[in-house]
Ligand binder design. Structure first.
Ligand code: ADP
Length: 214
């Protein structure tokens, strides 16, 4: 697939100007105006069409869609789905001790653990601060089970794989949390199949800029 660069080349900018001024216009006519062959222009026209700047109609030619780079970027972001970006969830069982949960958090290098029952269904969430709170002044973290201190269902914000990433991001902001479990509905409850975190959103943000494709 040709790259649909956010940064348009000089020639692509020129093509846009020509189409803006003269569209609808055939590829042949654009090529004439630039003193180039139709074949030379083909990749540029494909890029501009794929990126959404131009549209092409058979036997009519190319015309300008009128969408700005920002509008096209917004459209693209609104299409991002959870399933393209989810990462592996780290789950623990309800009987795990707070001590072991803290070790798991370090070993797995995550900030949020999801607590599940025997059916792998979500029953709770453990954040760093939940574990810190339980640790302060508590002598025996080995005999304290995580289900005593976790945030429990039904008060857990979740998302599903076909949801929009932007909606998950909004939940992170409004609920002031670091992550959301991605769940699948089963007869036993909500099976945990992934996670979306602030890091996920940060990565996508950076990709939008560094990725050559919009
Ligand atoms: P931290 O407490 O380490 O800053 P969070 O901001 O994610 O991390 O967690 C704040 C509180 O919200 C914690 O008590 C945690 O159990 C709870 N929490 C975390 N994730 C969720 C979630 N998806 N839904 C509901 N509560 C959550």
């Amino acid at each position: 697939m040709g790259g649909d660069d956010v940064e348009l080349s000089m020639r692509q900018e020129k093509i846009l100007e020509i189409v803006k001024a003269n569209g609808p216009i055939t590829g042949e006519n654009i090529a004439e105006q630039l003193n180039l062959t139709r074949a030379t222009l083909r990749p540029d026209l494909a890029i501009l069409t794929m990126a959404g700047f131009l549209d092409a109609r058979p036997r009519v030619g190319y015309f300008f869609t009128g969408k700005t780079g920002t509008e096209l970027l917004t459209e693209k972001i609104k299409k991002y789905k959870i399933h393209e970006h989810l990462s592996i969830p780290i789950v623990v069982n309800e009987e795990m001790s707070v001590y072991d949960a803290i070790s798991t958090m370090f070993l797995e290098d995550v900030g949020t653990l999801f607590v599940v029952d025997v059916h792998s269904c979500l029953t709770g969430v453990l954040s760093r601060k939940d574990l810190l709170r339980a640790s302060i002044g508590n002598q025996d973290l080995h005999s304290l089970s995580v289900h005593i201190i976790m945030t429990r269902m039904p008060n857990i914000a979740v998302c599903r794989k076909d949801d929009l990433l932007i909606d998950a991001a909004k939940q992170l902001i409004t609920k002031q949390i670091d992550g959301l479990p991605v769940v699948k509905d089963t007869e036993q409850g909500l099976e945990v199949i992934g996670r979306i975190t602030k890091t996920t959103i940060t990565k996508v943000f950076v990709e939008l800029i560094t990725d050559e494709h919009i």
